[in-house]
Design a protein around this ligand. Structure first.
Ligand code: DGY
Length: 324
């Protein structure tokens, strides 16, 4: 049988590449940077399958360019970069990488919660600057976490994992989600609430909803104004769920107490003024950046693509209706 041609839009862990190389000719973008739109469209012209990233736009023009395409596997759990309806219309299977990064991302949400609450980054900078004069009763007072109310936006896999971890800190849990999550409620006594209630009652809010037209800019001036002034907002989901200029306004004016961000509205850029704020902890989209998660994502993306190329059922297909 003729070997299928596969293109990977950026270097990924070898675990996934090795799986593909057993039966496919694999080409990989040799440079460790996202391809420009023109480069991407040119590279996919002759290939049967593509593994791409959240920075690659997979839309009608992409499918037009990739005229031999039998499947597209996203190297990410989030798939707002894919026009799934368009793929489905063309009967092209597309997939994502759930589960393998759930705990890593949930752990990073906790890292941000604690980093903001206890001013970890700000006070680390004080030590490095050599300006600390010794212990003082009024220095660097932060926020308590244990016993405070945690609000989860989006009670899918990652949101539920963050909620389960919160039990160790005795935190009452509330969540806002389109549908109820009875399993989460049974495990953690989490209570489903309206968005208004989530804003009004949470001491910490952690964002885990997908980016959709409904969630874009859900956090804006108006919603910040309905949060507690002592509240902290953490985002390890997708940047555009927060209107970032409005967040700068809220942090600067004490409308909320702090924010921990791993994702940004216009990555890799940040809103003006954000980097000057001591009550913000800012990370470069590293939610899934552990060895086991990234290897798991590579293997799962490869297994999805191999199934697509064999007209079999991909383990985590997003549009199963295209399967015959
Ligand atoms: C995802 O998978 O969607 C993350 O944002 C990157 O790991």
């Amino acid at each position: 049988m003729q070997r299928k041609k596969v293109f990977i839009t950026r270097k990924i862990p070898q675990a996934g590449v090795a799986l593909l190389e057993k039966s496919c000719d694999v080409m990989i973008n040799p440079e460790d940077r996202p391809l420009s739109r023109e480069e991407l469209l040119a590279k996919v012209a002759e290939v049967d399958g593509v593994i791409g990233l959240l920075t690659d736009k997979i839309d009608a023009a992409f499918f037009d360019a990739a005229k031999n395409l039998k499947g597209y596997a996203n190297y990410a759990v989030g798939y707002d970069n894919i026009d799934v309806a368009e793929a489905t219309r063309r009967k092209i299977p597309v997939s994502n990488t759930p589960d393998v990064l759930t705990l890593a991302t949930a752990e990073l949400a906790w890292a941000l919660i604690f980093a903001v609450a206890r001013r970890v980054v700000e006070t680390d900078a004080v030590m490095r600057s050599g300006t600390w004069t010794g212990w003082g009763p009024l220095q660097f007072i932060g926020l308590d976490v244990s016993g405070k109310t945690l609000g989860i936006l989006g009670a899918g896999r990652i949101g539920a994992a963050v909620a389960r971890m919160a039990q160790g800190f005795g935190m009452p849990l509330i969540y806002y989600n389109r549908s109820s999550n009875p399993e989460l409620e049974a495990q953690t006594k989490a209570r489903k609430v309206s968005f208004d209630e989530l804003l009004a009652q949470s001491d910490f809010i952690s964002i885990h909803a997908p980016l959709t037209p409904e969630t874009r800019h859900l956090f804006n001036r108006e919603s910040f104004s309905r949060m507690k002034r002592t509240a902290v907002l953490v985002n390890t989901g997708r940047g555009p769920i927060i209107k970032e200029d409005d967040l700068v306004w809220a942090l600067r004016n004490g409308v909320i107490a702090g924010a921990g961000l791993d994702v940004y509205e216009f990555e890799p850029r940040m809103a003006e003024g954000l980097s000057e704020l001591k009550n913000a902890v800012l990370l470069p989209h590293i939610g899934s950046a552990t060895n086991s998660s990234r290897d798991g994502m590579a293997e799962l993306a490869a297994r999805n693509l191999l199934a697509m190329l064999a007209s079999a059922r991909p383990p985590t297909i997003l549009n199963p209706e295209v399967l015959g």
